[in-house]
Design a protein around this ligand. Structure first.
Ligand SMILES: Nc1ncnc2c1ncn2[C@@H]1O[C@H](COP(=O)(O)OP(=O)(O)OP(=O)(O)O)[C@@H](O)[C@H]1O
Ligand SMILES: O=C(O)C1=C[C@@H](O)[C@@H](O)[C@H](O)C1
Ligand SMILES: [Mg+2]
Length: 177
């Protein structure tokens, strides 16, 4: 519940690369806390009535990023539960500014675990081609960006989603989120 007189704000926002487990861990935390969960990728898919891979193919990445910018701003303004962002949401400078007011946990994942988790599916358009090389390039480019918006960082390598959720709870103890 949002306290009377306060704007809604997510208790925690999860950022990090594809395969870090943002969507999975957000759902677990929300369940533990009796809170609602929201995911900006899902918001976009629902609003558009098509998959992210189709938006990339039909309209291009720039169009997806514009939808994502709006989806993140709306979720940050409306949602008072747990919020997970798409892996590339932090590339937008305006989004990074909005995140500065929030509790943001960066879920870190190394190359090996990320590749294992994302597999070879076609639902992540930026990983088409050589998955391992694409994941490595994205991790190299974006790790500093995730770190720059994070108030907390959790390493997910070799941890189950439940263990990651435990680590987040331990980190946030005492944080008025
Ligand atoms: N800690 C973990 N250990 C093992 N597998 C995991 C872990 N976290 C998530 N997974 C699995 O990895 C896959 C990707 O997880 P998830 O979709 O939550 O990642 P994400 O960070 O939301 O990625 P995206 O940026 O593409 O939305 C899923 O199949 C999920 O079950
Ligand atoms: O890291 C990225 O750029 C992406 C991550 C996914 O969550 C989706 O938002 C989309 O596949 C792009
Ligand atoms: Mg996700």
């Amino acid at each position: 519940m949002t306290p009377a007189g306060h704007e809604p704000r997510p208790r925690v926002v999860l950022v990090g690369p594809m395969g870090a487990g943002k969507t999975t861990v957000a759902a677990l935390l929300a369940q533990r806390w009796g809170a609602t969960v929201r995911d900006t990728d899902s918001d976009i898919v629902t609003a558009q009535g098509r998959e992210i891979s189709d938006i990339f193919v039909d309209d291009g990445e720039a169009a997806f990023r514009a939808l994502e910018r709006e989806a993140v701003a709306r979720a940050l303004a409306e949602h008072d539960g747990v919020l997970s962002l798409g892996g590339g949401a932090v590339l937008d400078a305006g989004t990074r500014e909005l995140l500065a007011e929030h509790t943001v946990v960066f879920l870190q994942v190394g190359l090996g675990d990320a590749v294992k988790r994302v597999g070879l599916g076609t639902s992540r358009p930026l990983l088409m081609g050589n998955v391992r090389a694409r994941v490595k390039a994205l991790l190299d480019e974006r790790t500093p960006v995730y770190a720059s918006v994070a108030t907390h960082t959790v390493d997910t390598d070799g941890r189950t989603p439940d263990e990651v959720a435990d680590a987040i709870e331990a980190l946030l103890q005492g944080v008025d989120a």
